[in-house]
Design a protein around this ligand. Sequence first.
Ligand code: SIN
Length: 279
Amino acid sequence: MSTILRSEPLAPECGVTVHDVQLAEAEGETLDAIRQAVFEHGVAVFRGQSLSPEQHIDLAKRWGGIDINNYFPLTDTHPEIAVVRKAAEQQTNIGGAWHTDHSYDQVPAMGSILVARTLPPKGGDTLFAHMGAAYDALDEDTKREIEDLEAFHTADHVYKEGGIYARTDIGGELRGQDLQTGATHPVVVRHPRTGRKLLYVNPSFTVTIVGRSREDSLPLLERLFAEARNPDHHARVVWEPGTVAIWDNRTTWHNALNDYQGHAREMHRITLTGEKLAA
Ligand code: SIN
């Protein structure tokens, strides 16, 4: 834990809650300490925040660059902000399965800053899984087996015309159905800032092990996914008005729970620019 930040673990292996920081003002060594906490713990939660859309954008710019999301609706006034919205009458939510944002990009986004704007009375929590903890828990034979492997990631089956979202009641709101995506990354990457080994495959976007068919890839992928699904590696972010979470896509998976039917939920997300990943 940082000596600059007052913080406590969110769960034994994943996440941290940071106290006494107003993100609208965070800069310098405070922002450096927050970055380090996010890189190590995967997700950092901040309560009692008051971030206007402009302050949200300024914070993301102070962090580094912004990647504009190609699929989610954007706010009319601030195209840097993607809207993660489910209306009371909709059944499907965005991000309601374990995934790592943008793993289908050759240079995947570093992470996101998510601001709670409208919350259901109960539910709508977001689960995070620590992929360093998941890697560490693999048996030595599996670690050797995956050491030099690469995997192929794409979002085409999710966002394209006829894809997973197009068959749901949020399909009409999404953009980018004409885009084609695809990237290969090592199955195990080293975190570019902490050096920790991380399992870098996820059930939503990783479709094959390079050099193998989908059918031949699935047994190994499912074995790796099963370790990451172990709740020992997880943390739960319970949203309240004023909660902001910042997460690292390399260190974590996340899953937005869809257990609030009949109520609206709206979150504002800015995606932070990342760097190319290596084993
Ligand atoms: C996402 O970015 O996948 C959505 C996260 C959330 O709505 O909690």
